[in-house]
Ligand binder design. Structure first.
Ligand SMILES: [Zn+2]
Length: 343
């Protein structure tokens, strides 16, 4: 028997919730917390399926079994007793939307024993919406399980947070992401066949979030991602040492001029610089950007610790300036000068 066998990662959490489902000890409301693409909605669906699984009482069965009628309906989002709410294309979740859901909570289930309310983007509920929900969290109607999904609990009122149990999804280890992608995605298998570390680069950029990795796996997005990585790697190579000012400028001014794209590149550059810094301290440290550890170690050797810190700080300053509407040309020039100025 396995708990949530089709969910990759967060092993301890899966065990804990699986056990609570079997013993009928689930809380009436949970907050599933994790960054975009980390599997919050998938996990919420699986909790609903586990609770409603027709094989729930079978000791040897996987939970959810994924094969009974209830599991199939819930996992394909076709059950009329599993309700979803998200912000859609709005910036926030409104109080009206929450009131509608609250009314819905007072009705009886039609096909399952429990009704589930999966409220995505809970951290962008307006304070009024959160207060409207509070009543349901304090006095939950019988047979209702509320699952709030949020990138961070910080956006929730303390009163809401105190009434839900928080389940934090962990980043999935790289090897497990790879194994999963190779199993489910023909595009991943194709990319892996092409070699050159292309699939590893996609996985590295997903930072342990399977949803993000899957979203990267289209030829267009792969090409863009690999190009970004090349541009970033070239800037770091120029910054760490041995490059003339002209070469530094060439690498830095190859960064995109559009603010949003530049900002994303700078985030990746900061991760790459951070990799070199941590490698100085511990050669086995987990890396955020570099897939080839030897390549990263060689780069780290080219500069001393203080220089790497200076590169990191210059990138942070550039990122802040771009975020704060600084002139892009000026930012890139200052960045080039900082890279040149330090030996
Ligand atoms: Zn089942």
């Amino acid at each position: 028997m396995a708990c949530f066998p089709d969910f990759v990662g967060s092993d301890a959490l899966r065990e804990r919730i699986g056990d609570a489902v079997r013993r009928n000890r689930l809380s009436h409301a949970y907050l599933i917390e994790g960054p975009e693409g980390s599997g919050k909605r998938t996990f919420a669906r699986m909790i609903a399926a586990a609770v409603s699984c027709e094989r729930r009482a079978d000791e040897g069965a996987n939970l959810p079994c994924g094969e009974c009628l209830n599991c199939k309906k819930i996992l394909s989002e076709k059950s009329t007793d599993v309700h979803y709410l998200d912000r859609g294309d709005r910036a926030t979740v409104s109080v009206e939307a929450v009131r509608d859901i609250r009314r819905e909570m007072s009705l009886s289930p039609t096909e399952l024993d429990t009704r589930f309310f999966i409220l995505d983007d809970a951290d962008v509920m307006t304070p009024a919406a959160q207060n409207a929900l509070l009543i349901s969290l304090e006095e939950p109607p019988a047979g209702v399980l509320i699952l709030l999904l949020a990138e961070s609990a910080d956006g929730l009122l303390p009163t809401v947070r105190s009434r839900v149990q928080t389940l934090r999804l962990e980043p999935v280890p790289t090897a497990d992401v790879k194994q999963y992608l190779l199993r489910v995605s023909p595009e991943a298998r194709k990319l892996n066949g092409e070699g050159g570390g292309k699939l590893d680069a996609v996985i590295s950029a997903s930072h342990g979030r399977i949803g993000v990795a899957l979203a990267f796996l289209t030829p267009k997005r792969e090409a863009a991602l690999l190009k970004t990585r090349e541009t970033v790697a070239a800037v770091i190579r120029a910054a760490v040492g041995g490059a003339s000012y002209q070469e530094i400028c060439r690498a830095v001014f190859a960064l995109p001029a559009k603010r949003q794209e530049l900002s994303a590149h700078l985030t990746t550059l900061i991760e790459a610089a951070r990799d070199l810094i941590v490698l100085k301290r511990s050669p086995d440290a987990p890396l955020l950007f570099y897939v080839d550890r030897d390549e990263a170690a060689k780069l780290a050797e080219k500069a001393d610790y203080l220089k790497l810190i200076a590169i990191y700080d210059a990138l942070r300053d550039a990122s802040d300036a771009v975020g704060g509407n600084g002139n892009v040309g000026t930012v890139l020039t200052s960045l080039s000068v900082s890279f040149k100025g330090r030996k």
